[in-house]
Design a protein around this ligand. Structure first.
Ligand code: ZN
Length: 279
């Protein structure tokens, strides 16, 4: 099976247009969007911005694409810039047969490969916290200023950073109870594993990926792991893939102008792996 994976478009039309061109040319079996695919919603109106965009922009984009790439399946994972409320819009498009939402509680099988999605990331200094968690029980509460908005329980409400992270399980605890899918399986986790080529920023001299995701990969051993979230990592480290416990992990990175995506064949992922920008 030929897979195209990319992430972190943040609703940018130019990136969706470039992906359309790439998919028309390459004709893969499956394209996966690894989270943060929607435009940032206005903080008081997550329903009116992101959800509308899913129905009015993403859905027609998929419909056009499927006409020119016969048999193409589309899958996606949510990310930390996506509102929890937007998940309902994505699920509605899933019910309409347009795409598959990759999630933690349900394994998706496509052409003999199992997929698991994980939307969560450790705390970031942005206002949407729905898909953010403290990474491990040892982590301290983040030192961010100001109120945030969360949409748990189907309501938008203001709460403090401390309240959100204290009331939510850690990412470690979210991952621990999951059953390991049957082989071969692919993990799509928005956040890359800690201390790899995939989790570095230019202005920080320490890794910012997830220790919980790293432990999950090491202990559950997927066939490969696909990530996004840290746009600049390949530029900083010179690598868009790495190994964690022998598992091939990929973060294509992303820019605002030029599409960063990877293509590979599940029969021989290492030998067939290609990036749209990096050699
Ligand atoms: Zn992100």
């Amino acid at each position: 099976m030929r897979i195209c994976f990319t992430s972190d478009f943040h609703g940018r039309r130019t990136l969706y247009d470039q992906l359309d061109t790439l998919l028309r040319r390459e004709q893969p079996n499956l394209v996966i969007l690894g989270g943060d695919m929607l435009p940032d919603g206005r903080e008081h109106d997550p329903d009116g911005t992101q959800a509308a965009w899913v129905h009015e922009v993403l859905a027609p984009w998929i419909d056009t694409l499927k006409q020119v790439v016969p048999g193409l399946a589309v899958a996606c994972c949510m990310g930390n810039h996506d509102w929890l409320r937007s998940e309902a819009a994505v699920r509605a498009e899933q019910d309409a047969g347009r795409l598959t939402l990759l999630e933690m509680q349900r394994v998706w099988n496509y052409k003999g490969v199992n997929f698991l999605g994980c939307p969560f990331s450790p705390p970031t200094p942005h206002f949407v916290k729905d898909y953010e968690r403290l990474d491990t029980p040892e982590d301290r509460l983040p030192d961010f200023e100001g109120p945030i908005w969360a949409t748990q329980n189907g309501r938008v409400r203001q709460l403090s950073v401390e309240e959100h992270f204290r009331q939510s399980p850690t990412l470690d605890a979210e991952l621990a109870p999951l059953a390991t899918p049957d082989d071969p399986w692919i993990l799509v986790a928005h956040t890359p594993p800690y201390d790899t080529n995939l989790d570095r920023l230019p202005n920080l001299d320490y890794p910012i990926g997830s220790k919980a995701v790293r432990r999950f990969i090491e202990s559950r051993r997927p066939f490969c792991a696909l990530h996004g979230h840290i746009h600049e990592a390949p530029e900083v480290t010179g690598g868009y893939f790495d190994e964690v416990g022998g598992v091939l992990c990929i973060n294509p990175g992303q820019t605002h102008e030029r599409l960063q995506a990877v293509l590979f064949d599940t029969d021989e992922p290492r030998a067939t792996l290609r990036h749209t920008v990096f050699a």
